[in-house]
Write a protein that binds this ligand. Structure first.
Ligand code: THU
Length: 159
């Protein structure tokens, strides 16, 4: 038996250390929490995807009385981006989470299903997606979606 270490890197930023483009995409994600449909969890998630041509696609979590029928903000956003602009790579994705008491102090952690969709979007276009997770105290920046899901599952694994 031997061990393999699977590691990842996240950059931790203060708000004032981010560049204007990062801040503006994060602001869009924060704004989108206002439009979340989350009457059951009261946990509002907003997301904004920047496409390579500068287009910004926005989304939020959409819940349903039949709970599993709902969808997270990240997937709502990436599926909308890929449905409307199937030939344009996504280059950045910003996410913000808000409770009734306010935005989370620490960056929200995207669920496993959303990470899987992020890496497929990244892989399909062959362009890294910078993923930014907003927290009131600090912002996490991953250089590529696959850094959120090391040892991920891809189409090649089906072969
Ligand atoms: N949620 C997201 O939108 N993104 C995540 O990555 C985690 C969870 C949503 C789903 C549900 O509407 C609410 O947050 C509580 O789980």
């Amino acid at each position: 038996m031997k061990d393999k270490i699977i590691s990842t890197t996240v950059h931790v930023f203060r708000w004032d250390e981010l560049n204007d483009g990062q801040r503006s995409l994060l602001e869009a994600a924060k704004q989108m929490t206002q439009q979340a449909y989350c009457p059951y969890s009261r946990f509002s998630v907003g997301a904004a995807a920047l496409l390579q041509d500068g287009t910004v696609v926005r989304g939020s979590n959409q819940e349903n009385a039949a709970y599993p029928s709902g969808l997270c903000a990240e997937r709502t956003t990436l599926f909308a981006a890929n449905a409307n602009y199937p030939d344009t790579p996504v280059v950045a994705l910003a996410i913000a989470c808000r409770k009734p008491s306010g935005f989370t102090l620490q960056p929200g952690s995207p669920c496993g299903g959303c990470r899987q969709v992020m890496i497929e979007t990244e892989h399909r276009f062959g362009v890294p997606i910078e993923v930014m997770l907003y927290g009131e105290n600090e912002v996490y920046v991953f250089d590529r979606a696959s850094d959120l899901l090391p040892y991920g599952f891809f189409a090649e694994d089906l072969a």
